[in-house]
Design a protein around this ligand. Structure first.
Ligand SMILES: Cc1cc2nc3c(=O)[nH]c(=O)nc-3n(C[C@H](O)[C@H](O)[C@H](O)COP(=O)(O)OP(=O)(O)OC[C@H]3O[C@@H](n4cnc5c(N)ncnc54)[C@H](O)[C@@H]3O)c2cc1C
Length: 541
């Protein structure tokens, strides 16, 4: 966030500027948050059915800007572009009529003004952390907000995972929702506040490269282009260079709701001809719902280890120099360094690179998980708290399962960048290092270093820690706490929260087999699974 002037607090629509609902009519504010579209929108559909007049509104919450905000400027820019696009969607739907209204300030205070002027307020019920839950609860009290679900997640039952996959499947295949713009009037707040004003006030400056343009129009184009090339999807998932062009690139559009997950599912199901590719892709849309369900079930994922026994693991080893070297891509592991630089420069990484950098950070450098997860959340354009923080905890092993996924960064070079094209692109210091030495530059013989001009320890660092020794040390520390962590999975509340394969009985089985007193040491080599089967949904922890 660049230095900006004072935020435009006084541009928040004040009570006199909030239009009144005409006598004997009903008016509904559609409070948009992450659902920046007008199609397949449960809230808009419900509000349009219940009111004569709609007032679509977005509130810029200072909590997400300035020093308290965690998003990088490029993600905020993506959001603002998506808002401008949503404004257009409304204007288009009403033939050049009213668009989206904007306000700045505490959303609860803003909504209370509308409520006091006679408006009903509708918003989407969605998974959120503690801040969001508290805000929504306050909004419910102050403005009687009606929270509408309809996002495919399961609510209101003790065991949300009971029949979960069937429930989600039927939601994916249900008809998408529509609303009739001609059946309602649209109203607008006469306040001059635009996303550009917010950018000026907070000094938002785009610095990353290759960031996609926000908004539904760009999202629809991305979806169509991906569907046309979907046959190349299966072989593009793992290697970082191939993934950039080969996976869908839809994550930021799904994150901000420019497209609904269901629309994407149905478009691909109808238009993609390659069966395997279609199945692999749609299985990931289930993953999307799976992680969203996790946060819906427990808001603590963003700030607290899911398994309390593992809270604070690595905290005593916090080393700011290691964390900084990891963030800046100076660990001495070329694949990690390339990935971390790519993340910072472009705001995107494929799944395998995200997971590998988590593994090196937590298992090898042995640093506390939260600063790492926050760094991803800051830089990823698609960062969705429901996916980012839950994935972090799963990859680190904070759930307390006996097995862990290690991603050996040297093996990743051999498997996914054998000719070093990706590494050389992001780590120019290694451009002249022969391919054979890219997995372990520190072992390059001196005469080779001299002839290619790459001097380990001078032009490129030695690894911060030695991989095998660090891995062994991690295991010793993890083995020592593992039985207690496994035993804790027998606790019903924790078992539900972590939603492992086999559900609560599966977690209890782990507690029985690996909990305090049980013998056995389960280790995982370098065998991550990032292509699970769609039918194996509960294994996506
Ligand atoms: C530590 C870590 C953090 C992550 N943080 C995020 C995040 O904040 N936001 C995010 O959308 N994805 C996240 N992912 C998952 C995955 O890396 C991205 O969804 C994917 O790289 C986005 O690119 P794409 O849209 O081209 O993917 P595609 O392969 O085209 O997938 C299509 C969509 O499926 C969903 N999806 C794919 N993989 C996963 C997954 N493993 N878990 C959940 N949903 C998935 C996403 O919505 C994605 O857009 C994270 C993964 C890890 C290991």
């Amino acid at each position: 966030m660049a230095d900006g002037g004072d935020p435009p607090l006084d541009t928040m629509p004040l009570a006199p500027l909030v239009p009144s609902v005409p006598d004997e009519e009903t008016g509904a504010v559609v409070w948009h948050r992450d659902e920046l579209r007008t199609a397949d929108h449960p809230v808009l559909t419900a509000a349009a059915r219940n009111a004569d007049t709609l007032l679509p509104l977005f509130v810029f919450d200072p909590q997400f800007y300035g020093d308290s905000g965690l998003a990088c400027d490029d993600r905020l820019r993506f959001l603002h572009e998506s808002l401008a696009d949503l404004d257009e969607q409304y204007r288009h739907a009403t033939a050049g009529g009213m668009g989206l209204s904007f306000a700045h300030g505490d959303p609860v205070e803003v909504l209370a003004r509308f409520h006091n002027a006679g408006w009903d307020v509708f918003a989407a019920r969605g998974p959120t952390g503690r801040y969001g839950r508290d805000r929504d609860e306050r909004a419910r009290e102050a403005a009687d907000v009606l929270f509408v679900s309809g996002d495919g997640l399961v609510r209101g039952t003790e065991d949300t995972r009971d029949g979960w996959a069937d429930h989600v499947e039927s939601w994916f295949t249900d008809e998408t929702l529509t609303w009739d713009p001609e059946g309602v009037e649209l109203d607008h707040v006469p306040a001059e506040l635009t996303p550009e004003d917010i950018e000026d006030a907070y000094g938002i400056t785009s610095v990353k490269t290759r960031v996609p343009t926000g908004g539904r129009e760009a999202g629809v184009e991305t979806l169509r282009a991906f569907t046309d090339r979907i046959d190349r999807y299966p072989e593009s998932i793992s290697a970082p260079l191939a993934a950039r062009e080969g996976t869908s690139g839809l994550s930021p559009y799904l994150r901000f709701g420019c497209l609904s997950v269901r629309e994407v599912y149905q478009h691909v199901a109808t238009n993609a001809t390659a069966d395997r590719a279609r199945e692999l892709f749609t299985s990931r849309l289930y993953w999307n719902r799976h992680y969203k369900q996790k946060l819906e079930d427990w808001p603590g994922w963003l700030d607290e280890a899911a398994n309390p026994v593992l809270a604070g693991f690595n905290a005593d080893r916090y080393d700011p120099e290691y964390v900084t070297a990891w963030k800046e891509g100076k660990t001495g592991y070329p694949m990690v360094d390339a990935a971390m630089r790519c993340l910072r420069e472009t705001g995107w990484l494929n799944f395998r690179m995200r997971a590998m950098c988590v593994s090196v950070y937590f298992h090898i450098l042995q640093q506390p998980w939260k600063p790492g997860a926050d760094w991803y959340h800051h830089h990823l354009i698609d960062s969705d708290p429901a996916i980012n923080y839950t994935q972090w905890q799963s990859q680190c092993g904070l759930v307390g399962k006996p097995t862990l996924r290690f991603y050996n960064p040297r093996k990743q070079v051999r498997d996914h960048d054998p000719d070093g094209e990706w590494i050389r692109r992001w780590v120019p210091e290694l451009v002249d290092l022969p391919d054979d030495h890219l997995p372990r530059p520190e072992r390059t013989p001196i005469h080779v270093q001299e002839s290619c001009g790459v001097k380990i320890g001078e032009t490129y660092p030695y690894p911060l820690v030695e991989y095998e020794a660090a891995k062994e040390e991690f295991w010793q520390r993890y083995d020592a706490i593992k039985p207690e962590a496994a035993a804790r999975l027998g606790d019903e509340e924790i078992a539900r929260r972590v939603s492992l394969s086999g559900g609560v009985p599966g977690a209890k089985r782990i507690a029985d087999e690996h909990g305090d007193g049980a013998a056995g040491r389960d280790r995982d080599g370098d065998t991550p699974r990032d292509s699970p089967r769609q039918t194996d949904l509960t294994r996506f922890e």
